[in-house]
Write a protein that binds this ligand. Structure first.
Ligand SMILES: [Zn+2]
Length: 511
């Protein structure tokens, strides 16, 4: 008996040693040297003014296309044409579905597949603004005496479409999401053309006007147009990833360049639960609301199974080197700790969204009076689908949660599958990696899963290599200003973005 326990003990010691050794030997990439001061990038007042002027045009999109205000959309097109005559003269440019803007810059070698850079020029509504400054423009980029801007959260301190340039920042709706990228792309082409540069392969720019409301009239139409013309791309670049500042992810003390190589799908459904209606003085044992509550509880308690998809495995392997020993051990020994790792990841809203199809109960409706039992109770659930799950899987999952009840399930909008996953073994990825290293020298670079939807999705029909990444280094605070009050971008981020895209365009074919 004693021998038996000794045997077990020995086995455990060997196992523990094995796990520790595996953890120590695991090829986590070394965290880059920290403490490097970010370089500042020079920018001309002309470049800044052109961007600020674009922010002043309130191109707010509307989910109801009948109520879409096309005035600013038209004004924006005219504005670009006036500000960038060289780009207009040097490219073949046209519109798709009236307001989708396409620029085609011909390269030297027509045999090479073109690359395309995307952006959108619509913005979400600005939210509440109670200030008195009604669009008066401040332009004091280098004025150290400019008044300090107090921190988020708070109301807009500048008119949301002011494009005010103060304190090293440009303020306004769309500064981060994502007129900055649009203007950085225009500036890049403009600057390169000014030097007489001609790209090796064709470069396209394409700008949609309705990304914030689904992109079906802009990006979808443009991508379809390419498909019909038989044009496919070596790489597609859009928003959907950033360089998150050091410390944004708990325990990770270096900036992380997150390159969205896939995005989640989504499906919303309204579940109509039937019961006995009537006066509340003689209620049935279980009301329609009670039945709906059971289903909703099932949906939250018994969610779609978490999975560590290869893309996320790659992500954790890349950032794992900076995490604590326990987490590193779990990453290095998935055969033993996968369950534990998944459990830890599920414990946090952000990481939970990276490892499973999420379930969000968003709306519900019963009767309109306190003494009336509704014969039908409705609730809506929104699923964000992880690559690896399908809309069909989620439908079956929802039906299972409704078992035993008389329900009707109605689609809300058009369901969308998760996107394909773009690989990292491609020139389009390597060029990006190289350029990121150049402009964000301290950052860990890693593929990532984009949680929200982007225009990039529509281009998966015309390229295998679709990457979602905006070259800005922002902290959590700045990230929260997106779709929120006091949205701004630092001048340094904007000027670095111009340099970044110039390098991408200039060096794409440099080995
Ligand atoms: Zn956007």
């Amino acid at each position: 008996m004693k021998k038996f326990f000794l045997g077990i003990l020995l086995l455990l010691i060997v196992l523990a040693a094995f796990i520790v050794v595996r953890t120590m030997m695991y090829p986590f990439p070394k965290p880059p040297a920290t403490g490097e001061e970010p370089e500042t990038y020079a920018i001309s007042d002309t470049s800044l003014m052109r961007f600020a002027g674009g922010i002043r045009i309130p191109t707010v999109s509307h989910a109801d296309y009948d109520q879409f205000n096309y005035g600013p959309i038209e004004a924006f097109d005219t504005y670009l044409r006036n500000q960038y005559p060289r780009v207009y003269a040097g490219t073949e440019n046209y519109t798709v579905n009236q307001y989708g803007l396409v620029f085609h810059w011909k390269g030297r070698n027509a045999a090479l597949k073109p690359v395309i850079f995307l952006s959108h020029y619509d913005v979400v509504p600005p939210g509440e603004y109670t200030g008195t400054d009604s669009g008066q423009v401040t332009f004091s980029p280098h004025d150290p005496a400019a008044p300090p801007i107090s921190a988020y959260p708070g109301a807009w301190e500048r008119y949301p479409f002011s494009g005010a340039v103060v304190n090293g920042r440009i303020y306004g709706r769309g500064t981060l999401d994502m007129k900055s990228m649009l203007f950085a792309l225009m500036e890049s082409v403009d600057h390169l053309m000014a030097t007489g540069f001609v790209p090796e392969r064709d470069i396209y720019l394409a700008f949609g006007f309705d990304e914030e409301v689904g992109g079906t009239h802009g990006a979808l139409k443009i991508a379809t147009h390419f498909k019909e013309k038989g044009i496919s791309f070596d790489a597609v670049y859009d928003e959907g990833g950033i360089v998150s500042a050091a410390g944004s992810l708990p325990g990770v003390h270096a900036p992380i360049a997150l390159i969205g190589c896939a995005e989640k799908g989504f499906w919303s459904a309204t579940v109509r639960v039937k019961g006995l209606g009537g006066h509340s003085s003689m209620p049935p044992l279980q009301s329609a609301i009670g039945k709906a509550a059971v289903i909703m509880q099932r949906l939250e308690n018994d969610q779609m199974k978490p999975m560590l998809i290869p893309l996320m495995q790659q992500f954790f392997a890349n950032i794992g080197g900076m995490m604590d020993f326990k987490t590193r051990m779990a990453i290095a020994n998935p055969w033993l700790f996968k369950g534990l790792l998944l459990k830890t990841l599920q414990g946090n809203n952000t990481t939970n969204a990276l490892v499973r199809t999420t379930t969000a109960l968003t709306m519900m409706k019963g009767s309109d009076a306190s003494n009336v039992l509704s014969p039908v109770v409705e609730f809506t659930v929104n699923f964000r689908i992880l690559p690896g799950n399908t809309v069909e899987d989620v439908k079956l999952h929802l039906e299972h949660a409704c078992r035993g009840f008389d329900v009707e399930i109605v689609n809300v909008g058009v369901p969308r599958e998760a996107s394909p996953v773009s690989g990292t073994d491609a020139q389009g990825y390597r060029v990006m990696e190289r350029t990121i290293r150049q402009y964000f020298p301290g950052a860990v670079i890693t593929p990532y899963l984009t949680i929200g939807g982007t225009d990039a999705y529509k281009y998966t029909t015309v390229s295998e290599h679709v990457y979602r990444f905006m070259p800005v280094l922002i902290n959590n605070f700045e990230q929260q200003s997106i779709h929120n009050n006091n949205e701004y971008i630092s001048i340094n981020n904007f000027s670095r973005m111009i340099q970044y895209f110039q390098s991408m365009m200039k060096d794409y074919d440099k080995q």
